[in-house]
Design a protein around this ligand. Structure first.
Ligand code: NAP
Length: 263
């Protein structure tokens, strides 16, 4: 995990007497680990696979977005209350904005329907003009689109992740977000969609951050599309968490420099 280096650099920069440490916790120890958090008055934590879902029932309170996503990645501990959040969606939104991309009233296509897709789709759907979820397992795309329709009463479509469907939905797309793990190291030669469907009027955001420029981003850049890599989201999901824990303005540039030196 890159989180200890990123958060400790931010603590140092702000002169805070705090430290972020990583613990490997077995699923069978999650209850005890949280008891330890309470007993030791740990100020906050991040959780990752395999605890993101299981932790929900063990917390005192869970933010609405995290509840809807069904996964928590950040926990605050204030006045004895453990409260869960999911910062992936806010991290993705901030990354788009930082790159000059405004998702409001845009036609957005999301490849994937896993944990990251859910957080991003739930964050962007209320402001988008139209959202389409394309996933290899079409039932998961259907379930997510149904959830978005119910929650936000928005125009949400879904389809299987195959060439024919993607060709059709990409024609009108203004923002394409890859949330599948396709193209991630060590399979950097792979891409979720054929390059000939990409066009210069679509912004391509790939949340995969290793490699920094995935094959999808390289091919999008070659057709003149604007591209956004996944490193920014890695930083901004941490920035959001830091703010939740400290209620202070996080030193974004410091955190970004640490991540960039490590990935
Ligand atoms: P997840 O819940 O396991 O979901 C994985 C998604 O990828 C599913 O939609 C899955 O489709 C799809 N997929 C996997 N292999 C595929 C293949 N060969 N062909 C087509 N689709 C495939 O994982 P996640 O937590 O959402 O993470 C997904 C990716 O995002 C990972 O690479 C992760 O590193 C990255 N990520 C980045 C950030 C960041 O801060 N930049 C944050 C979170 C995640 P099925 O449903 O059909 O299995």
């Amino acid at each position: 995990t890159f989180s200890p280096a990123m958060h400790n650099a931010a603590f140092r920069h702000l002169g805070l007497n705090a430290i972020y440490v990583a613990f490997a916790v077995k699923p069978s120890d999650l209850v005890d680990a949280l008891r330890g958090v309470r007993a030791l008055n740990v100020r906050g934590l991040n959780v990752t696979i395999p605890h993101k879902e299981a932790i929900i029932t063990l917390l005192d309170d869970v933010d609405t977005l995290a509840k809807n996503v069904g996964a928590v990645n950040t926990v605050t501990h204030e006045d004895g209350v453990l409260r869960g959040f999911n910062t992936d969606g806010a991290g993705a939104l901030e990354t788009l904005r930082e790159n000059g991309v405004d998702p409001r009233n845009k036609r957005i296509v999301i490849l994937g329907a896993g944990g990251a897709a859910k957080a991003i789709a739930l964050t962007l759907a209320p402001m988008a003009r139209e959202v389409t979820i394309a996933n290899r397992t079409v039932e998961k795309a259907e379930a997510l689109s149904q959830r978005l329709r119910t929650l936000y009463k928005r125009d949400v479509h879904y389809c299987g992740l195959n060439s024919k469907n993607v060709k059709t939905v990409l024609r009108e797309a203004e923002i394409l977000i890859n949330t599948t793990s396709v193209g991630m190291y060590p399979n950097a030669g792979e891409t979720p969609i054929p390059h000939n469907f990409l066009h210069e009027n679509v912004t391509v955001f790939d949340i995969v951050y290793n490699p920094r420029e995935t094959r999808l981003l390289r091919e999008a850049r070659k057709v003149g599309a604007k591209t956004v890599g996944g490193l920014g989201m890695l930083v901004h999901q941490g920035v959001e968490a830091f703010e939740l824990w400290t209620h202070m303005k996080p030193p974004v540039e410091v955190m970004k420099r640490v991540i960039e030196s490590m990935v």
